[in-house]
Ligand binder design. Structure first.
Ligand SMILES: CC(C)(COP(=O)(O)OP(=O)(O)OC[C@H]1O[C@@H](n2cnc3c(N)ncnc32)[C@H](O)[C@@H]1OP(=O)(O)O)[C@@H](O)C(=O)NCCC(=O)NCCS
Length: 138
């Protein structure tokens, strides 16, 4: 049975999924702080097994950021990602009731833009804005 839980801060589950989608794994202390500073998250389970996760960070008035949307590979293409996005966007809508001008950002992984387009996201370029940028650490 598929179940949804909100605001679970389980370091092992997060690191397990993060590794499963090929992103490596964070040190436990790093994950702990990241989860502690998360505004809202959704975890999806098949019975007791974690199969999906996504989270929101931000100030709830000017900017919110969708991050770490991940589905265990065996469960991909079964609408679990859709379930995660719908829950995150429900929470965004609750924020927008109070603060309608809040901007919602995300950084899509390469070739994942099409997934997010299904939920109304566009590239900044298409919104006549400059590119999103990231500090170059290389
Ligand atoms: C990207 C990801 C979250 C999608 O979750 P999912 O459960 O596999 O996706 P869903 O089954 O809910 O798919 C929903 C729709 O998006 C489409 N879609 C999924 N991945 C896509 C992609 N990379 N490009 C374009 N469309 C995509 C599906 O075809 C489906 O379309 P439909 O509604 O017309 O049938 C999942 O594949 C994943 O975890 N990937 C690895 C981690 C990752 O890259 N996350 C994104 C980080 S930015």
């Amino acid at each position: 049975m598929i179940t949804i839980k909100e605001n679970v801060k389980n370091i092992e589950e997060f690191n397990y999924l993060y590794d499963s989608v090929g992103w490596g794994s964070y040190d436990k202390e790093v994950t702990k702080q990241a989860l502690d500073n998360t505004y809202y998250s959704v975890s999806i389970y098949d019975n007791d097994k974690i199969i999906g996760y996504g989270r929101l960070i931000g100030d709830t008035i000017c900017f919110m950021y969708i991050h770490d949307v991940m589905v265990l590979p065996d469960y991909q293409s079964k609408k679990i990602g859709t379930l995660i996005m719908n829950k995150l966007l429900e929470e965004i809508n609750r924020i927008k009731e109070k603060h309608p001008d809040v901007l919602v950002y995300l950084g899509a992984s390469k070739n994942k833009e099409g997934f997010y387009e299904k939920f109304g996201f566009i590239t900044r370029e298409k919104a006549n804005l400059g590119a999103g940028m990231i500090l170059d650490e290389e």
